[in-house]
Design a protein around this ligand. Sequence first.
Ligand code: ACM
Ligand code: ZN
Length: 549
Amino acid sequence: MLTALFATSASAATKSEPTVTVIPQPVKISVEKGTFPLKPSTPVVLGFDDEKMDCAIDFLNNVVEPMTGSKLKVTGNKPRKGAINIQQDTSLGEEAYRLEVSRKGIDITASSSHGVFYAFQTLRQLFPVELLKSGNAESVEVPAVSIEDEPTLPYRGVLFDVCRHFFTVDQVKEVIDIAAMHKMNRLHWHLTDDQGWRIEIKKYPKLTEIGSVREDSQKVGSPSYAREMEGKPYGPYFYTQDEIRDIVKYAADRFVTVVPEIEMPGHAVAALTAYPELGCTGEQYRVRTIWGISKEVACPGKESTFRFWEDVLAEVIDLFPSEYIHIGGDECPRVAWEKCPACQARIKAEGLQNEDELQSYFNHRIEKFLHEHGRRMIGWDEILKGGVSPTATIMSWRGSKGGIAAAKAGNTVIMTPNTHCYLDYRQGRDVEQEPPFGDYNPKHRIYLPLDKVYELDPYDQLTPDERKYVIGVQGNLWTEHVATPEVAEYMLLPRIVAIAEVGWNYYGKDFDRFIDNMPRMFRLYDVYGYRYATSYWRDNGMSLPQPND
Ligand code: ACM
Ligand code: ZN
């Protein structure tokens, strides 16, 4: 009774105050009285600088200029009244920040520009959303708040598959913007697969000349069992190395690291089509036109296969500064290896027990190469089979089982279980509106609504000591049935936000609050023209608050 009364009066009391919500939910936030009037003349006082502070300031100005018509000027380094004061506190974590807005000014404290950038991301959510595109506001009233914030997990990612469908440079940049908006800091870029090779490799030009085109595709939106085809070729579609550098820089300017994934030895039919000698039989392969898993995989029996992947990785390492390089490793059938004299000779010569250990042998050699170049290897949880090195990072996708086992064994883990993180699965009950991924049987459409995503628990079944091996969470957008940026936005928003919040503030998870706050983010998406799904509200008979509620 008391609680209910208190809740009612609290919400009545805040009715006249500006509503303040920040997503992901800050670790500590209290709303104070009053507002700070941000004006075109408000100075930015920079109490410290680092090599990416310009990127953070540019972000702020890209938000402020459309509101007031002008950029803020950076002047001086001593905090003062009426300014945005940016001060350093090196005891804070790299991504942490404090943000105090009062009638007297805006004070931001961080240890690096990364934390400052996140303070600005938060600030954008405090600005009146209706002003974000207005262009001539004389004053922007920023509600007074006191925030202390830092992430639970250091790796918070989005996987974007550009193989099943290709997305332009600008469309990839939009996914980066969406990630950064929710304080996510990794783009896992799925660049090669059976259905297309999308990254220019100078030493092997046929990878893109031949491997970036397929003769046909399964029809988008048509369930897999129907086996309907589009009836036309797809491609050539790929990114030049200059375009890749451009995207890597665009991401870095937004504090997002691009983690490239080069799939091996399975999911490599596009590479085998370009260079058939990579396969066990050397027969002419065809870039795969249907979705699913191929039995055609690279041959770890031949030395030339290792030279090929190492040459490719050498160029990848040059393009991507990421410490982590993802080598795939999932869904690699053994049938070709069982029949291949070179693979069988390798098993014998290396004293391996079976084909599982042959894949482990392959992984170990690739990991050694990456280590020699100062990089670390990520692989899908299949790489646990046949023995995994203690230094490999496991990305757990077939549920959390693999990740839990790996963390217990002391391997670093990123949780992206398909039970909670596969954003290609439909999110609403209206099957007419939802891409039919996994729809092998019309009665068993795979269904992953927002509340289920929010239930993601990266620490499930782990002791406090084992938790330190889980470095992150990630949402995966596979694109068999996602062919346009609008559908990509719809599949990401708002489910990626649930994953962002779990990764940012695991200990503060509260689904009811998340659902209450989310409609204010929808207003922000409206400003930027992002499409989003309201399936959760519709499916649960809830009306969505309108802009002025
Ligand atoms: C995967 O979904 N095959 C990683
Ligand atoms: Zn072979």
